[in-house]
Ligand binder design. Structure first.
Ligand SMILES: [Zn+2]
Length: 274
C-alpha cells in the first residue's frame, strides 16, 4: 500500500462533505492505494487525458480508493471517479445526460485498462464511475455493465436506436455488427483485439463529437431523456406540457429550421484516417 494525493501530478480531491459537497472541487486528500493498481491507474489517466481535447485537468475528485469494507476497495484496488475539473470545463459524472459524448469518451479509454467499469446506468453508480481490475479487460455478452456501455455508445455516439437495458440480444448484436463494419474492425466484439480497437476508436470519436457545438435539438433530446426517467405519475404531465410546446405552430416552424450539426460520418472518417 502507498499513500498518494495525486495521480500523474493531477491533484486528487475529496468532495463528499457538508462544506465540500458532491460536484464541487472539494479538498486535496491522501488516499491509500495498492502499488500495482496505482500503475494501472496512471497509465489509464495518461491515455484518457492525452486523447482528451480538454487536455490534462486541474483536479480529479474521487469518492475513495481504499475504504474499509469488503470488496476491491478493501484492498486499495478500486477507484471511484466522481468528477474532472479543467480550467474552464467540468465533467461531473452525475451530469451524464448533458455531457454524453465527453463522458463516454472518458469511459471508452478507462475500459481499455479496467476489466470492471460501472457507470451511470449501473444501479448505484449514477454519481461516479467505479473501476477495478478484478477481471481481465474483454467483452462478454452476459456482462450487464459491459453491455450497458456498448448500448450507450451505440445509441449516443453512433446514433443507433437501441434499447439500453444491459441485456444483449439480436438488436444489440445487429447494431454492433453494423458499427464494427463502419469502423473497419473485425468481428466478433468478444475477441479482445477487436474490442480494444473498438474502445480506442469510440473514445476518439466521442471526444471529437464532444467538441462540437450543442444544438437546441440536442438540448431537447436531453430534456426528453430526463423526462423519460421521471416517475410515471409526473411523467405524463411533463410530456403533455412538452408536446404542447413542440406542437405549437411557431415552435414547430422554429424547430424545423434547425438541423443536427453532428456530422458523424465525417468525424468517423477523420478518426480512421488519423
Ligand atoms: Zn467503487
Amino acid at each position: 500500500m502507498k499513500a498518494i494525493n495525486s495521480i500523474n501530478n493531477i491533484p486528487l480531491h475529496y468532495a463528499r462533505l457538508v462544506n465540500h459537497p458532491y460536484g464541487t472541487r472539494g479538498e486535496q486528500r491522501q488516499f491509500s492505494i495498492d502499488s500495482n493498481f496505482l500503475k494501472v491507474l496512471e497509465s489509464a489517466f495518461d491515455e484518457v487525458f492525452t486523447n482528451c481535447p480538454l487536455g490534462v485537468p486541474e483536479v480529479v475528485t474521487t469518492a475513495g480508493i481504499f475504504v474499509n469494507k469488503p470488496g476491491q476497495h478493501g484492498h486499495g484496488t478500486a477507484f471511484d471517479l466522481d468528477a474532472v475539473f479543467w480550467k474552464d470545463h467540468t465533467l461531473v459524472s452525475k451530469n451524464f445526460i448533458h455531457q454524453k459524448e465527453l463522458y463516454l469518451g472518458i469511459e471508452s479509454f478507462l475500459r481499455k485498462h479496467f476489466g470492471i467499469v460501472l457507470n451511470y446506468y449501473y444501479r448505484g453508480h449514477e454519481d461516479h464511475w467505479h473501476v477495478d481490475t478484478s477481471v481481465p479487460v474483454d467483452y462478454h455478452e452476459a456482462s450487464k455493465s459491459e453491455t450497458l456501455y456498448l448500448q450507450m455508445v451505440l445509441k449516443y455516439i453512433y446514433g443507433k436506436p437501441v434499447i439500453i437495458d444491459g441485456l444483449s440480444g439480436p438488436q444489440t448484436r445487429s447494431y454492433t455488427h453494423d458499427v464494427f463494419h463502419r469502423l473497419n474492425i473485425s468481428t466478433p466484439i468478444t475477441t479482445k483485439d477487436n474490442y480494444l480497437k473498438f474502445l480506442d476508436i469510440t473514445g476518439k470519436v466521442a471526444y471529437k463529437l464532444s467538441e462540437e457545438k450543442t444544438t437546441p435539438l440536442q438540448l431537447l433530446e436531453n430534456l426528453e431523456t430526463v423526462v423519460n426517467q421521471l416517475p410515471s405519475a409526473n411523467k405524463h404531465v411533463v410530456i403533455g406540457a412538452l408536446n404542447t410546446f413542440m406542437d405549437n405552430v411557431d415552435t414547430a416552424a422554429w424547430l424545423n429550421e434547425m438541423t443536427h450539426n453532428h456530422d458523424l460520418d465525417a468525424v468517423i472518417d477523420a478518426v480512421l484516417a488519423s
